[in-house]
Design a protein around this ligand. Structure first.
Ligand code: SF4
Length: 490
């Protein structure tokens, strides 16, 4: 019988849910998803890994010749006392295979370092480190310490390729050593489970924590209710589970009087009635808005390894904005900014805002706290533009809470994101009709691709980005129009 190996990622999949591990080893048939390329978190992970190799240079164990060759090469490097640091050292012990991000030789023994792109130590990282430690100890390596290296969010890039201080290592030896006893027993349980039938595990909280499981589509029951209870906004899991235990699967199954939270009651009423619910008193605010109205939306990029001077890891740097300007006489203008060159976009971004947004009128954003924060950071960066930018922030109104309080349609399924609200209020506008970029995640990836694309491809990506951001601000204009129209008819 073929031996089943557990890698670190399989092991941690099993800790999240044994069925996830089973399905990883025995993949089911699932509809193929379009490959949209690596997500930004994955690209950030690669960038942090590369930076760890640069800041702590050592010998890399390559994987291109296969697993056995990598293990052999690791044994050779461990035996060579001239080698101080090894990246991706590969070990196997008792059916468990691991690759160690960074292994450093010291007089007291080896220091094992797990590198993560996050900005703090998370509990599930400790399991990653414990599995590796268990294997290395099993192979007879003497360990001096186990460390978790993560991004230091206090770091500010000063330019000239100086990244000393970007990564911060914490000693996690004690917590990891305390977990070692359970690893061997856990491994035996997993190996035994993998030799049997697929475990019978229902979907639950574990499917989304610490990661969204890739087998949700497989495990989802075929007879999913049209309006599942998780469409009741922000309902705590125990309350939802209690309702399910009472036999309610669909929001419409719940009898009158069971839900106490006013927002849950509103969602329940609209869903049972099968029609939108509008609260006219909440819309009074819209009527008071002044003119002109600047509907503004930013697209930003948050890089773990900052590229531009004065930027912290994961700071949201704006590379694009769109603004629809609605005048009192009904005239509509559209202005926009986009930089996909890969150079620092902030100065031109800030100057464009100051140029196009005058001193009169209001600024409108959907979840305005984000736009205001971006503007505040630009204001702090450019003293000559500070006053003009901060003055804009005084004139913001937030369309999200107004929409949330005033409107609900059953098709929103508990969400007031602009992508959930738009099809209900303005069905003729649709993000799905856009080419290439259809959400903020797509926009960030598009920016990453554009920065290294040839001119023609870059132009194509830029067009997709412009169309996407323009739709975001047009959507706000149309949502306001549609809400005012509802107000007239209530
Ligand atoms: S979707 Fe949920 S139940 Fe199914 S394998 Fe993943 S974590 Fe387990």
């Amino acid at each position: 019988m073929k031996k089943t190996y557990l890698s670190k990622s399989r092991f941690t999949a099993g800790l999240q849910c044994p069925k996830r591990l089973y399905l990883t080893v025995h993949p089911p048939e699932m509809p193929e998803e379009e490959d949209g390329g690596d997500s930004l978190p994955i690209l950030n992970g690669y960038a942090v890994g590369d930076m760890a190799c640069k800041l702590y240079p050592g010998v890399m164990v390559e994987y291109d010749q296969g697993l056995s060759a990598a293990i052999k090469e690791t044994i050779r490097l461990v035996a060579d006392e001239q080698v101080q640091r090894i990246h991706e050292a590969t070990f196997s012990f008792d059916n468990v295979l691991v690759r160690v991000d960074l292994l450093e030789r010291t007089d007291a023994g080896w220091i094992l370092t797990e590198v993560k792109a996050a900005t703090s130590v998370k509990d599930y990282y400790l399991n990653d480190a414990a599995i590796q430690t268990w294997v290395l100890q099993g192979r007879g390596l003497k360990l001096a310490a186990v460390r978790l290296m993560h991004v230091n969010n206090q770091f500010v890039y000063q330019g000239d390729g100086q990244y000393d201080g970007l990564l911060h290592a914490e000693d996690i030896s004690e917590i990891v050593y305390a977990r070692l006893d359970s690893i061997g027993a856990q491994k035996d349980t997993f190996i035994e489970m993998l030799a049997g039938d697929m475990p019978d595990i229902e979907m639950g909280e574990q499917c989304y924590s610490p990661f969204e499981c890739e087998f949700c589509a497989f495990c989802q029951p075929d007879d999913l209710p049209e309006y599942p209870l998780n469409a009741l906004p922000r309902m705590h899991a125990p309350r939802r589970e209690a309702l399910q235990a009472s036999g309610y699967e669909d929001i419409r199954d719940i009898p009158d009087g069971v839900l106490q939270n006013p927002n849950h009651q509103r969602v329940w009423r609209a869903t049972c009635a099968g029609e939108e619910e509008v609260d006219a008193t909440e819309l009074a605010e819209l009527r008071k808005w002044g003119w002109p109205r600047f509907f503004l939306d930013f697209e930003t990029i948050g890089l773990a390894v900052p590229r531009w001077k004065g930027v912290r890891p994961y700071a949201q740097v704006p590379f694009q904005w769109s603004c629809h300007i609605h005048h009192e006489n009904g005239r509509m203008e559209h202005v926009e900014f986009l930089d996909v060159s890969g150079d620092d976009p902030r100065r031109a971004c800030a100057e464009g805002l100051v140029k196009h947004i005058g001193k009169d009128g209001i600024l409108i954003a959907y979840n305005a706290g984000f736009e205001k924060r971006v503007i505040r950071e630009l204001a702090a960066m450019y003293p000559d533009l500070t006053d003009a930018l901060l003055e804009m922030n005084e004139r913001f109104v937030d369309l999200l809470p107004i929409t949330r309080n005033a409107y609900y349609h059953p098709s929103q399924k508990g969400s007031w994101s602009i992508k959930a609200v738009l099809p209900a209020l303005v069905p003729e506008l649709n993000y799905a009709d856009l080419d290439g970029v259809q959400n903020g995640g797509d926009a960030q990836l598009a920016w990453m691709q554009a920065a290294s694309a040839d001119p023609q491809h870059r132009k194509e990506i830029a067009d997709h980005l412009l169309a996407y951001c323009k739709l975001d601000t047009l959507a706000m204009v149309k949502i306001v129009d549609a809400l005012l129209e509802r107000n007239e008819h209530v």
